[in-house]
Design a protein around this ligand. Structure first.
Ligand code: NAP
Length: 269
């Protein structure tokens, strides 16, 4: 049996689109299930990139193929436009005929250890951001592999995946990276360079086998904030944060005509 799951961001346009999509899939012989299960063959995500990220986090980074239907947002992850019902029909036809490929998106993970012994792992499809309290600069001692590299002071740092390079990373002046390249991009957020703190002012690129070590200095606030794809987590008394390339892969369904750089051009230029 061909089982499909559908996730929406709940807006009225997405819910309307969902009704049409369910009808079309069922007419084509698929079973559409309300609840996600890992044995489904496809997860359809209706909304924008935000909805796509929500679906990925809600279902704990599923390994089944995901396709995005864009309902009026930027839609970098989203592949199908619902405006034209013919395009929806073509999508289902091409999907049944196997005329698609899977774009493998790598992810990033952060392991946070506190002085109280708490240890947590966060994953991101776009990025992990480390920030201090919004009113103060944050001081971070940063190492790459085993080598201490810089004493950072500023608003924080962002570690982007290649797929996330077009998101917050790009707004901060980071580079756009083709998702086929396996790397992590470390981009500073408002770095200060003084005699006390020295940090790179541009992004730096790390190969997938090198990790980033971050040890916060005690500052005015006891709190460090970590954001994975915009989801905020507050930690007191952080001892160390290790950020590394993750083996978890998101399989994004793309039409045969998909071209990353064409998408970049359409969305940004
Ligand atoms: P949001 O702040 O409501 O929206 C962020 C915007 O980023 C939306 O327009 C979204 O597209 C777009 N976006 C998300 N992932 C993208 C990607 N990989 N490439 C290009 N654009 C992308 O937050 P959200 O919708 O929950 O998304 C969370 C993401 O927002 C975070 O992962 C972070 O990258 C981004 N963010 C950006 C800034 C900034 O640029 N100054 C600040 C905070 C967070 P849609 O319109 O299609 O949803």
């Amino acid at each position: 049996m061909s089982i499909i799951n559908i996730y929406t961001n709940g807006t009225s346009v997405s819910e309307e689109t969902k009704k049409i999509v369910v009808e079309k899939f069922e007419k084509s012989g698929f079973t559409v299930r309300k609840d996600y299960s890992p044995d489904s063959q496809l997860l359809v995500c209706i909304g924008g990139d935000g909805a796509f990220l929500q679906a990925v986090h809600t279902y704990d980074f599923p390994s089944i193929p995901i396709v995005g239907i864009n309902t009026g947002h930027l839609g970098f992850f989203q592949e199908v436009s619902p405006d034209d019902p013919v395009e929806l029909d073509a999508f289902i036809r091409d999907y049944q005929a196997g005329k698609y490929r899977l774009q493998r998106l790598s992810t990033v993970q952060a392991t946070v250890t506190t002085h109280t012994g708490r240890r947590e792992v966060l994953r991101g499809l776009n990025e992990i951001v480390i920030k201090g309290s919004p009113s103060y600069s944050v001081h971070l001692n940063i190492s790459i592999g085993d080598s201490p590299i810089e004493k950072f002071s500023g608003d924080g740092i962002l570690v982007a995946t290649s797929a996330g390079s077009t998101a917050y990373n790009y707004s901060l002046g980071g580079s756009i990276v083709d998702p086929r390249i396996r790397l992590l991009q470390v981009t500073p957020i408002a770095p200060m360079n003084t005699t006390a703190y020295r940090a790179f002012t541009s992004s730096i690129l790390l190969p997938s086998d090198l990790s980033l070590g971050v040890v916060p200095e005690n500052g005015k606030s006891n709190y460090i904030f970590l954001l994975n794809d915009g989801i905020e987590h507050a930690y007191a008394q952080v001892r160390e944060i290790k950020i590394e390339f993750s083996d978890t892969i998101i399989n994004l369904l793309r039409f045969e005509s998909y071209d990353f750089w064409d998408k970049v051009k359409t969305k940004f230029l």
